[in-house]
Design a protein around this ligand. Structure first.
Ligand SMILES: Cc1ncc(COP(=O)(O)O)c(C=O)c1O
Length: 344
């Protein structure tokens, strides 16, 4: 029996239709003459994001790092929220690859305080590093997949614009923000000079991300991608999955969001577990664990023994992620497993 896998939306397997699209993709050497399917994906994504151009790269990490390398010089500073993926989960790449130091600010469910950003900008003074870039994240993973409001992002963008500092948006799950809010991806992306998006998360492709911006940004980004070894050859095979995902898997993200809320509501009724469904904006439900329930790590183990996979978010919370590989029957299995472990 297959596992019910709530660990991440990256575990999805390509559907038969997506595999067909990949197998029949028209391809070429993207480094030599261009790959037509990659070209189509880049154009479609740029249009979706309301940007001039876009570049296809293997991963979200590379998309973010290409953006950092395009905006900054060694010794510059990067400002972002304390829980941001770009400084916590990219193995120190901002420092290792680009010689950046980071200023991290505590946010409110992922939203930066524009006045704190303003206060963190460096003066033009020989002793100080230069502020190279401000980074935002949408949806914000560390605060449970929360959707940061458009007003909050516009306010941070205005601070950057006043100071002539570019803003990069890590939009790994921007499609989820769009589906949850009705605010278009282009509106969200208008709050930043560059934006990265992933096809291999909730959109269900096996691989691939894009980084987009104006023509001058993309010209620099092309060089950074080359330096990082991210320029691929007959990559239309992969881009076809991204195109399929963009065309077919965006609307269904609301199902994932409803399922995450359903998990929150069902688990909240267990003694020792709590999660207010109102705090679930997208496809992540963070469930607090307190006595009489065993700790989060013990619960992960006990659930795993019953075929339900989940990650501990902290020592006293679990993170459930919904995606196209799980459905109501998996939530019922989760509930039954918890009844067995916790009683009630
Ligand atoms: C917010 C965010 N940005 C970037 C990434 C990096 O994506 P990848 O794993 O494709 O490198 C992730 C991965 O989960 C993420 O959650």
């Amino acid at each position: 029996m297959r596992a019910s896998d709530f660990r991440s939306d990256t575990v999805t397997l390509p559907s038969e239709e997506m595999r067909q699209a990949m197998a029949s993709a028209e391809v070429g050497d993207d480094v030599l003459d261009g790959d037509p399917t990659v070209g189509r994906l880049e154009a479609a994504t740029a249009e979706w994001l309301g940007k001039d151009e876009a570049l296809f790269v293997p991963s979200g990490t590379m998309a973010n790092q290409v953006a950092l390398g395009s905006w900054t010089s060694p010794g510059d500073e990067l400002i972002c929220e304390r829980g941001a993926h770009i400084v916590n989960f990219e193995a120190g790449a901002a420092g290792f690859l680009h010689g950046l130091q980071s200023v991290t600010l505590a946010g409110e469910r992922g939203a930066l305080d524009p006045e704190e950003v303003r206060g963190s900008l460096r003066p033009d003074y020989i002793h100080c590093p230069r502020t190279g870039v401000v980074c935002m994240e949408q949806t914000h993973t560390e605060s449970g997949g929360s959707v940061v409001s458009l007003e909050a992002m516009e306010a941070v963008h205005a601070v950057g614009q006043e100071a002539g500092v570019p803003v990069h948006l890590d939009g790994a799950r921007l499609a989820n923000a769009e589906a949850a809010s009705g605010v278009s991806a282009a509106q969200w992306a208008s709050t930043a000079e560059s934006v990265s998006v992933c096809f291999s998360k909730g959109l269900g492709a096996p691989v691939g991300s894009v980084v987009a911006g104006d023509a001058a940004f993309v010209e620099r980004a092309r060089v950074v991608r080359k330096r990082l070894g991210g320029w691929m050859r007959q990559s239309g095979i992969l881009a076809a999955a991204g195109l399929y995902a963009l065309e077919n898997n965006r609307d269904r993200l609301t199902d994932d969001h409803a399922l995450a809320k359903d998990i929150a509501a069902r688990l909240d009724s267990f003694d020792g577990l709590s999660c207010d469904p109102e705090t679930v904006d997208t496809n992540l439900a963070v469930v607090r664990v307190a006595g009489p329930a065993p700790g989060a790590h013990a619960l992960v183990e006990a659930l795993g023994e019953r075929g339900v996979l989940v990650f501990a978010f902290t020592a006293d919370s679990l993170r459930f992620v919904t995606h196209l590989g799980v459905g109501v029957e998996d939530v019922e299995r989760l509930e039954a497993a918890l009844q067995e472990i916790l009683g009630g």
